[in-house]
Design a protein around this ligand. Structure first.
Ligand code: FAD
Length: 468
């Protein structure tokens, strides 16, 4: 019980979990080379001894104990702001552990249908918090033929479903895809990916189980190789995290870990609530990355003497506008926060969805602006090893100098970060992630349509048209 050290966290993952990666069955993630960078990333959330971040990453619970702040239910504006500040400080594994906020946000509505399941949520939250666990957001099903409902699929397991109800619990089967950090968390918090109808009741299932539960198998995938040179790959050498293709091969879930088992009316609420918190965190990271893109565009063009070029100034203005719109969107959503019946503050749902939509639908054209001003060296710049070679390095230093004070190493690092973030394996990951992680554009369109005050807009339009 209580806060874990990074060493304790590492050791806790050697628990018999079944992980596959690159055609290999990995029996101990803690010692396998492919997991070393992701583990370092996840361990950074356990740096409780660091005086610079200790106050931000911890808080005092109502029991008087210390816990990671990702578990703090925001009840004041200050706590909501701290949660967002934490988003910049936390690893992605810490970030997805925010899944408990999504569960707590809908707990009261669930209590009206099944009080025991609501109590299970509260108990699981406290258990995870008090043991300083990390959890994955396990929502996206395999989904098969998108034009068919869950129970109409060729294979009934294409959405996770209950295959057996027993006196002591349920047995579930199916697979959830793309699960961020799944191999390195303790708990898999599973919920339906969409609203369910009455005839899909077996698919309205939510629960939490440890990763080493019999029948759970995870096939991992990452954009980053085991070892990358930090000069050539400034971002991905330090910041990779695998996603997991998580299979539930007839997994038993005891009743005290079940949050939904057939209450189809509540399935959509889980998905919507998770979407809000996931998108909020995604936007905090997006605001940071957009600022990096502005800085990179300015640095790369200055080094080339293009800073006065009107075309470059236009591109940089576009990037500034993009970065500031995301930041303002987050600020707006927090300033106009909403409150649940039991006093939890959460960002404005419309504000977050509009901002996520704006971020995602413009990301690719912002990358285009950056590539346009940066030029082809983004992908053809030689590697650090050549810079360090006495003969090749001399040529690089001669021909990479553009101005009397050019710092060639710095110039190369700037190009490398642009390539790493936008044009290489991590760059490709970002291109898809911007669109899909936290739900695709369609998911935000649905939420915008649900939450926008259309009655007021119609009224205003009628009044302006002289029809009222
Ligand atoms: C890097 C990354 C990390 C992720 N992390 C997580 C995670 O931690 N947990 C998690 O649960 N998920 C995670 N996801 C999954 C993410 O939420 C999904 O990728 C996203 O919701 C889209 O679902 P999909 O990939 O199944 O694509 P699809 O649903 O196939 O969507 C692709 C396109 O098809 C369209 N489409 C979908 N359904 C229909 C339909 N019925 N009719 C017409 N068009 C349709 C969509 O609008 C979209 O344009 C992650 C994804 C990425 C890329």
């Amino acid at each position: 019980m209580g806060l874990k050290t990074a060493a304790e966290y590492r050791a806790s993952l050697n628990d018999g979990r079944v992980i596959y990666w690159g055609g290999e069955k990995i029996t101990d993630v803690t010692s396998h080379p492919r997991f070393q960078v992701p583990l370092e990333v996840a361990c950074s959330d356990y740096a409780y001894d660091d005086p610079d971040i200790r106050d931000l990453i911890t808080y005092e619970t109502e029991d008087g104990t210390l816990a990671h702040r990702v578990y703090q239910v925001p009840r004041t504006v200050e706590e909501l702001h701290k949660r967002l500040a934490l988003g910049r400080q936390m690893s992605i594994v810490g970030g997805v552990t925010g899944v408990y906020m999504a569960l707590l946000q809908i707990k009261d509505r669930l209590a009206a249908i099944n009080p025991q399941f609501a109590e299970n949520i509260e108990n699981m939250y406290r258990y995870a918090r008090d043991n300083d666990l990390r959890a994955a957001e396990v929502i996206t099903d395999a989904k098969g033929d998108r034009s068919k409902k869950a129970h109409e699929q060729l294979d009934p397991d294409l959405y996770v479903r209950i295959v057996e109800r027993r006196t002591d619990g349920i047995v579930v089967r199916g697979a959830k895809l793309h699960i961020t950090g799944a191999p390195l968390v303790h708990e898999l918090v599973v919920m339906p990916t969409k609203s369910m109808r009455e005839d899909e009741a077996d698919y309205a299932v939510a629960f939490s189980i440890p990763v080493n539960t019999p029948g759970v198998k995870i096939i991992a995938r990452s954009f980053a190789a085991a070892e990358l040179n930090a000069f050539d790959y400034p971002a991905s050498a330090h910041h990779s995290m695998p996603e997991g293709f998580v299979v539930f091969d007839d997994v038993f879930v005891p009743w005290d870990r079940v949050f939904l088992a057939g209450e189809w009316q509540m399935a959509g609420a889980f998905a919507a609530s998770l979407g809000l918190w996931e998108r909020t965190l995604g936007l905090v990271m997006a605001a940071y990355e957009a600022e990096l893109m502005v800085g990179l565009a300015d640095l790369v063009t200055e080094a080339q003497g293009k800073e006065r070029d009107p075309h470059v100034q236009d591109a940089i203005s576009e990037l500034i506008c993009y970065a500031e719109m995301i930041r303002m969107g987050i600020d707006h959503a927090c300033a106009n926060y909403e409150t649940t019946a039991d006093g939890m503050l959460h960002p404005n749902i419309l504000g977050i969805n509009v901002t996520k939509y704006y971020y995602a639908s413009n990301f690719h054209s912002m990358v285009k602006q950056l590539h346009d001003v940066a030029g082809g060296l983004v992908i053809t710049l030689p590697e650090e090893a050549d810079l360090r070679h006495p003969e090749a390095g001399a040529y690089l230093r001669k021909y990479m100098a553009a101005k009397p004070d050019t710092d060639v190493e710095q110039r190369m690092r700037v190009f490398n970060l642009i390539r790493d973030m936008t044009a290489d394996a991590l760059g490709g990951w970002y291109l898809v992630t911007a669109l899909q992680a936290g739900g695709g554009l369609k998911a935000q369109r649905i939420m915008m349509a649900r939450t926008y005050n259309m009655a007021k807009a119609r009224q205003e339009a009628l009044r302006a048209a002289g029809a009222l």
